[in-house]
Design a protein around this ligand. Structure first.
Ligand SMILES: Nc1nc2c(c(=O)[nH]1)N[C@H]1C(S)=C(S)[C@@H](COP(=O)(O)OP(=O)(O)OC[C@H]3O[C@@H](n4cnc5c(N)ncnc54)[C@H](O)[C@@H]3O)O[C@H]1N2
Ligand code: MOO
Length: 428
């Protein structure tokens, strides 16, 4: 990764206590470098991995001209405008059983979907468009189809030697099928990113611990586990730690040993018990920003050196409030981690939807409101908010399917205005 101070120029001129969201994103995009290291995996293990080098198709897909329909294959130039065509059926071609033989202009071959087109034939009439005449001929009504119809050409999906999947592409279920269609059993992928994470705070309870006065159960550890796991990342769960400098330092040092990145939650705003900030300052090259956004104002970004001196470990110190931790992850950490993974697409596309309600906002900060996108009666997309937008209110996050992104410069949104939504799932 590029050291913070070498790209500090890009943030000079901005108030580090009021950093615009776009500036932070741009800064991270410049700081983060993709990890090295690839491995060859079986297709069964390739889902959600990132392609490490262009996959070149070793074959034509489909490998031969074939029929797109169950029907009769014939010479298209036998068709005459305004006249029915009558053909004698001389053979049957089944998928997986190529038929070879000569077919005259007044003959046809009964053919099934996927079967190789007999040599010289270029057109298939679907069964349901034909009738059998009293003398046993196949009759195609006038104007039923054009010459060349219903033939799938050799290589029309992929030509031998062409790029089937490019380096940096995510292996989706469709991409997995595409690789299989090339006859490949293994694929080169980027190695898995390793990300360590832990929660900080004296008030944090582990699951199963008895409730105690002033304490809350650790939710960030679980939300982060979910967010990281969905990215196909190898997660290193380091649990939670009290606001206690020695413990914190031990955990941070342990995390730097073999993780590519560390994510912490809590302790970045600078309360009396927050030792996290001082420690991060001491162990690495870390910037503490207040970002012009809501929720998720305070965040630490930087790098820590590794104990064995080889390279540095990227650090994201997220705010403790449970929704702020998730929103800063989605807004900044997810694209940064995708970039580290070597993924070409780092940001999800935003949807446009009509707000069903007035959303109060003042210009000068980006707001992320929890929303539910649904289809309106007229078929267009609409979005409503999920109630209490407090940065500690996880229930409204859990009920949402995306975040309404209200840009920095925008003021209040009126009901009926169009807004952008970052969906939580299913868009990369
Ligand atoms: N004087 C100021 N105070 C605060 C500011 C500010 O600008 N000036 N910013 C506020 C904002 S915004 C946020 S967000 C929080 C972030 O503070 P920290 O990152 O230092 O987080 P904590 O103080 O440790 O915790 C905040 C809040 O979140 C709860 N929490 C923390 N960790 C977890 C967890 N793992 N699971 C569930 N809940 C957690 C914690 O109990 C606190 O209620 O600072 C504001 N203050
Ligand atoms: O980071 Mo805070 O959410 O704005 O409470």
């Amino acid at each position: 990764m590029t050291a913070l101070n070498t790209i500090a120029d890009s943030i000079a001129g901005y108030d580090q206590n009021d950093m615009p969201v776009d500036v932070v994103r741009d800064f991270l995009a410049r700081m983060i470098e993709p990890i090295h290291g690839t491995e060859t995996v079986d297709l069964w293990d390739a889902l959600d991995r990132i392609v490490a080098s262009d996959v070149i198709s070793p074959i034509n897909v489909p490998p031969h001209d074939n029929s797109a329909m169950d029907g009769f294959a014939f010479h298209g130039d036998s068709l005459r405008a305004g006249e029915p065509l009558r053909l004698a059926c001389i053979a049957t071609a089944l998928a997986g059983h190529a038929w070879s033989g000569d077919v005259a202009a007044d003959q046809c071959v009964r053919i099934m979907t996927g079967a190789v087109m007999p040599a010289g034939l270029d057109t298939v009439v679907p069964l349901e468009l034909t009738r059998t005449t009293d003398d046993g001929l196949v009759e195609i009504p006038a104007g039923a189809l054009r010459a060349g119809a219903n033939r799938r050409r050799k290589g029309e999906d992929l030509e031998q030697g062409s790029v089937a999947l490019a380096r940096g592409e995510l292996i989706t279920p469709a991409a997995l099928g595409l690789l299989a269609s090339l006859g490949l059993a293994r694929v080169d992928v980027k190695r898995r990113l390793r990300v360590a994470y832990f929660s900080t705070g004296d008030e944090i309870l582990k699951p199963g611990e008895a409730p105690r006065e002033g304490a809350v159960y650790d939710s960030n550890r679980f939300s982060l586990f979910g967010l990281l796991t969905r990215l196909g990342i190898q997660v290193v769960d380091l649990g939670s730690v009290k606001d206690e400098p020695e413990q914190l330092e031990a955990l941070l040092r342990r995390a730097t040993e073999d993780a590519d990145a560390i994510i912490t939650s809590g302790g970045v705003s600078g309360g009396d018990a927050d030792h996290t900030k001082a420690l991060m300052h001491r162990l690495g090259d870390v910037a503490f920003w207040r970002i012009a956004m809501r929720p998720g104002r305070p965040m630490a970004v930087g790098s820590l050196s590794r104990p064995r001196g080889d390279g540095r470990c990227v650090l994201f110190g997220l705010p403790g409030n449970p929704v702020a931790a998730m929103v800063t992850f989605l807004a900044f950490v997810r694209p940064a981690l995708r970039q580290m993974m070597g993924c070409v697409r780092t940001e999800p596309p935003l949807l446009q939807a009509t707000s069903t309600e007035t959303l109060r906002k003042r210009p000068g900060r980006t707001e992320f409101q929890r929303g539910i996108v649904s289809r309106a009666a007229d078929g267009t997309l609409q979005v409503c908010t999920t109630g209490n937008q407090g940065s500690g209110v996880l229930s409204s996050m859990a009920h949402a399917n995306g975040l309404i992104v209200l840009p920095h410069a925008s003021g209040t949104i009126q009901a009926g205005d169009s807004v952008e939504v970052m969906m939580f799932d299913g868009v990369m």
